[in-house]
Design a protein around this ligand. Structure first.
Ligand code: AP5
Length: 190
């Protein structure tokens, strides 16, 4: 199964992707996690991404497209994957279409987590409170505001993009975690 999970910062993409990995024996490919690992390792990509991420801005399309293109070739992605945080722009979505066509792969569905923006700061604050003093540099009100603006302008257009392809499955991301998971499974089985 090959999926995308889409939603604003703090919507629960990572939380739900982890559940889908367990249930479907697929891998979670989170560009945010990969970029944070690159920042920690101070690789050239990490050095380029560090300040952009801390400010809540996007890393250039070509950087993340190259990362994903390589990653989905790896052995552990053979059975399928869930893309968490990618694509984030229409240019990335078009690049993904090209990559998948070249590799003779198809997407099964794009899951959209629908949430009210008003709860996202609470969710991010909750994550900070559980981080044992190791909070993400972009988990603060100023960077979250920027991330939300970027989501509205650059990522939200992907909802219509994938709806037009008949792939979109929207679920209520405001429900408790287990209920959101149930709704996703229902949408995937429909
Ligand atoms: P990324 O790491 O992708 O962050 P994000 O999209 O801002 O999303 P988050 O990780 O904050 O939230 P989430 O939706 O995964 O929610 P979570 O499950 O953690 O990207 C970070 C940065 O990297 C970007 O800003 C950009 O700079 C760069 N980047 C990444 N990909 C890129 C790309 N493709 N192109 C360019 N740049 C890119 O949940 C949040 C909290 O809520 C947790 O505490 C959780 O326990 C709680 N929670 C989850 N679900 C529920 C629920 N149903 N009810 C109550 N609480 C819940």
């Amino acid at each position: 199964m090959r999926l995308i999970i889409l939603g604003p910062p703090g919507a629960g993409k990572g939380t739900q992707a982890a559940k889908l990995v367990e249930r479907h024996d697929i891998v979670q490919l989170s560009t945010g996690d990969m970029l944070r690992a690159a920042v920690a390792a101070e690789t050239p990509v990490g050095l380029e991404a560090r300040d952009l991420m801390a400010r809540g801005e996007l890393v250039p399309d070509e950087v993340v497209v190259a990362i994903i293109s390589d990653r989905i070739e790896e052995n552990d992605a053979r059975n399928g994957f869930i893309l968490d945080g990618f694509p984030r722009t229409v240019a990335q979505a078009n690049a993904l279409d090209t990559i998948l066509a070249q590799k003779r792969m198809e997407l099964d569905a794009v899951v959209e987590l629908k949430v009210n923006e008003s709860i996202l700061l609470d969710r991010v604050n909750h994550r900070v409170s559980q981080s044992n003093g190791n909070a993400r540099p972009d988990d603060n009100p100023e960077a979250l505001k920027k991330r939300l603006g970027v989501y509205r302008e650059q990522t939200a257009p992907l909802i219509a993009f994938y709806d037009g392809k008949g792939l979109l499955r929207s679920v209520d991301g405001m429900a408790p975690v287990e209920e959101v998971t149930r709704q996703i499974e229902g949408a995937l089985n429909a």
